[in-house]
Write a protein that binds this ligand. Structure first.
Ligand SMILES: Nc1ncnc2c1ncn2[C@@H]1O[C@H](COP(=O)(O)OP(=O)(O)OP(=O)(O)O)[C@@H](O)[C@H]1O
Length: 414
């Protein structure tokens, strides 16, 4: 793989060396500005997507959230039910005002949108040579055959496949095929690139090389892009901004750094390696179905919020040998007979009792899925030593605690 790795380094340089091509590809001063409303069977997606020239947006979310549907709507593969798509100031889909004051619908077909779509499957034409596959991208934009072939050769060189143009796609590895797909997309001079899990079928090494190759191209050519991925590395390496999609709507968005440091939704928290407990903030603490959470930095807000912490910071002990989770805090309400008529005791903050619902491996230890209340889960992780001491088993009851210094409280998304 060393040759390919070297080639991708050379590629980044070759892209930096062609500022004219870059200027012609960037989506003008406007980038993408889209308002999408789409129905697919019983599923509905509503989202606003803006991507500035030179910006990469990562769309993340659980399976079936509607990420691919949003990309398909932008690419013109699925019609909008309402809204509009503008790219570089051009209207690709929506309504155009008429001179009589009314408006008419406009919907450009995919090949006239100047939008490149890269998917998990490179989707090359098996009967065409590698060079012809790439030249096809330019030919589709009306470039004459000779120029298209010259441009294809240059782009194949840029993606580290100079000299491979005469072969057929079947003779290439998965990573090489994806490089050809990138070259073909660039040959069409896209004003927007849509990347739908383009590395998902590649091994870790090939994915890393192609990710770096794409990152270099996107930076050098300032092509706005949207990448859909389940892999947080794609967001970190490629994207400056993240939007979290759930059930067809964007539930959280922000800079990649901001979302990964302080996620506000369970999905973003899971990819950022946090446990997120939703609740309601009052008096500086967060009340949740799993109990009260307090931080050394009290919540400076009231209303819906989240408690965030790293699962490895949770201390987990066998509930049988521990004081009950509902033990009153110091200075709290009385115990015993008096307590029977008293209101429910105030639960100590950062302390919850749970049943182990499931176990799965975690780096250096084990992850515990902990069922706290009907439908509420608050996970924890044990390193190998703590796991050996506790010997966790599904169904066992445990008592969990966490230091306020390890807890952050934030307002909920939206
Ligand atoms: N061709 C189709 N016809 C009808 N419904 C569809 C079609 N494609 C997708 N859907 C529905 O649209 C919803 C969103 O699917 P979509 O593929 O956009 O989600 P996704 O977030 O990309 O999921 P994944 O991460 O699993 O790829 C799903 O409920 C799915 O069943």
């Amino acid at each position: 793989m060393s040759g390919a790795a070297g080639a991708s380094g050379a590629d980044a340089g070759s892209h930096r060396d062609r500022p004219r091509a870059a200027a012609s590809r960037a989506a003008g001063p406007h980038g993408l500005d889209a308002r999408i409303e789409v129905h697919r069977g019983g599923f509905a997606a509503h989202a606003e997507l803006q991507v500035a020239p030179g910006e990469v947006l990562a769309l993340i979310g659980p399976n079936g959230a509607g990420k691919s549907t949003l990309l398909a709507a932008l690419a013109g593969l699925v019609p909008l039910d309402a809204g509009e798509v503008r790219l570089g100031g051009r209207l690709l889909e929506g309504r155009v005002d008429r001179s009589d004051g009314a408006s008419r619908p406009l919907r450009l077909p995919p090949e006239r949108r100047r939008i490149g779509l890269l998917q998990q499957d490179a989707g090359l034409f098996p009967h065409l040579s590698v060079l012809e596959n790439v030249a096809f991208g330019a030919r589709a934009q009306g470039v004459r055959r000779g120029h298209a072939r010259a441009e294809a050769a240059r782009l194949l060189d840029a993606v580290g496949l100079g000299g491979s143009g005469g072969g057929r796609p079947a003779e290439l590895s998965g990573g090489q095929r994806q490089r050809v797909a990138i070259a073909r997309a660039l040959a069409a001079r896209p004003e927007l690139l849509l990347l739908d899990e383009p590395f998902a079928s590649l091994d870790v090494e090939a994915a890393g090389e192609i990710r770096a190759l794409l990152a270099g191209i996107l930076v050098a050519d300032r092509i706005p892009a949207i990448v859909v991925s389940h892999d947080v590395i794609d967001a970190i390496v490629l994207a400056g901004r993240i939007a979290v999609v759930e059930q067809g709507v964007i539930v959280e968005q922000g800079t990649t750094h901001g979302v990964l440091q302080a996620p506000r939704t369970p999905f973003a928290a899971s990819i950022a390696g946090f446990v997120l407990v939703p609740g309601t903030a009052a008096d500086g603490v967060l009340d949740t179905p799993a109990g009260t959470f307090a931080s050394t930095e009290p919540a400076g807000f009231t209303g819906p919020g989240v408690a965030l912490f790293r699962p490895g910071r949770v201390r987990v002990v066998d509930a049988a040998g521990a004081a009950p989770a509902s033990a009153p805090v110091a200075g709290g309400r009385p115990r015993g007979a008096e307590a029977a008529s008293a209101p429910r005791p105030v639960r100590a903050p950062n302390r919850w009792e749970a049943r182990i619902a499931a176990l799965r491996p975690a780096p250096g230890g084990v992850r515990l899925r902990l069922a706290v209340d009907a439908g509420a889960f608050v996970d924890a992780e044990l390193d190998a030593r703590a796991a050996e001491e506790l010997r966790p088993a599904p169904g066992a009851r445990v008592l969990c605690t966490i230091d306020p210094a390890d807890v952050a409280l934030h307002p909920a998304a939206g």
